[in-house]
Design a binder for this molecule. Structure first.
Ligand code: SF4
Length: 83
């Protein structure tokens, strides 16, 4: 019997890639208030990502980005137009 195994639908912070997650977090903290999405918008975007089939092991397979970083910029958009 074959099993259907897919990568985890996790954000970077849940993958155990601690060094990369810390680097992304530090980069987000350096964004200006004008550049950065507000916390409510950021949270909503990441909720969409965690339900998305393109998310695999902390990376968006649609564009190769880390959704936590992409979603942090107010002006950014989802490459699949989901947010
Ligand atoms: S396609 Fe959009 S919603 Fe899906 S993981 Fe990538 S950024 Fe998130």
């Amino acid at each position: 019997m074959s099993e259907n195994i897919r990568p985890c639908r996790c954000l970077l912070a849940q993958t155990g890639k601690e060094e990369t997650a810390a680097d992304i977090k530090a980069r987000i903290e350096r964004l200006s208030e004008k550049e950065r999405a507000d916390s409510e918008l950021y949270k909503k975007r990441l909720e969409v990502c965690t339900a998305c089939d393109f998310l695999a092991d902390g990376t968006c397979l649609k564009c190769g980005c880390y959704p936590e970083f992409r979603a942090a910029f107010a002006k950014n958009r989802c490459p699949a137009k989901k947010w």
